[in-house]
Design a protein around this ligand. Structure first.
Ligand code: CAA
Length: 240
């Protein structure tokens, strides 16, 4: 029986590509989603991947969901913290709500879910946690003080967790995608997006599956010596 993976935001965009790749590689996958029931239902039907609706920013909701997965499918061995939102605005125009929504969904969710699965991973001496960060957490981005702070926070969080859990067979790594052809990026005003693409040495947006294959690599049993690292997938746009 394949190892059990939970992918947050796993029915659309990069998350959907991750869910599909892991399933194809023989893992058992549960895909979380927050709001879009129609898309989630279509995803479940088309790919035969169970979907689970809960708000990753709500600790109690996460606890209930993890309990349900544990009851129905067993202990979670792989967690992909992928769920994320943008509420772009320059800081001088940013509302408190736009700040907190992004920090809660993108960063506090990593605490919520990692906290809830870490004990079962430690108990079984195996675990893989992948945080899907962003180039904009590494380089900053005009109009994204909230998003950049959350995405940079995911890196520090992963490095601390990697140290705490390395002796228990648990690895914690970060993938930092650049601009990938998803709904989130397509929502950037066209003129701004054109300027961004002009700065990508590869000359194009990335594909969601180009991120997903990195997840498949990092969660493999054979990748047990890689922990606390950040893998950039950005077409050469930012190197660090
Ligand atoms: N760098 C420098 N200056 C910029 C700029 C940039 N990237 N973007 C805009 N400006 C300038 C504008 O040219 C403008 O200057 P003038 O007044 O001299 O014309 C000024 O800043 C104000 O710009 P806007 O009119 O765009 O300001 P706004 O308040 O209407 O919009 C914004 C601000 C909503 C943040 C808008 O700039 C925007 O949408 N930017 C894109 C942000 C972005 O890249 N988001 C990524 C989303 S995808 C994602 O996050 C996935 C991932 O991980 C990669």
């Amino acid at each position: 029986m394949g190892r059990l993976a939970l992918v947050t935001g796993g029915t659309r965009g990069i998350g959907a590509a991750i869910s599909l790749r892991l399933k194809r590689a023989g893992y058992r996958v549960v895909a979380n989603y927050a709001g879009n029931d129609t898309a989630a239902e279509a995803f479940r039907e088309q790919h035969d991947i169970p979907v689970l609706k809960f708000d990753v920013s709500d600790f109690a909701a996460c606890q209930e969901a993890i309990n349900q997965v544990n009851r129905d499918l067993g202990h979670i061995e792989i967690l992909v913290n992928n769920a994320g939102i943008t509420r772009d605005s320059t800081l001088h125009k940013m509302s408190e709500e736009a700040w907190h929504n992004v920090i809660n969904t993108n960063l506090n969710s990593c605490f919520n879910l990692s906290r809830l699965v870490i004990e079962q991973m430690r108990e079984h001496n195996f675990g893989r946690i992948i945080n899907i960060s962003s180039i904009n957490g590494q380089a900053g981005q005009f109009g994204q003080a909230n998003y950049a702070a959350a995405k940079a926070g995911m890196v520090g969080f992963a490095k601390a967790l990697a140290q705490e859990n390395a002796s228990k067979g648990i690895t914690v790594n970060v993938i930092a995608p650049g601009y990938i052809a998803t709904e989130m990026v397509r929502a950037v005003p066209e003129k701004i997006l054109e300027k961004i693409i002009a700065k990508i040495p590869a000359g194009r947006l990335g594909e969601a599956d180009e991120v997903a294959r990195c997840v498949e690599f990092l969660v493999a049993d054979e990748s047990g010596f890689i922990t606390g690292s950040t893998l950039s997938v950005n077409g050469g746009q930012y190197m660090c």
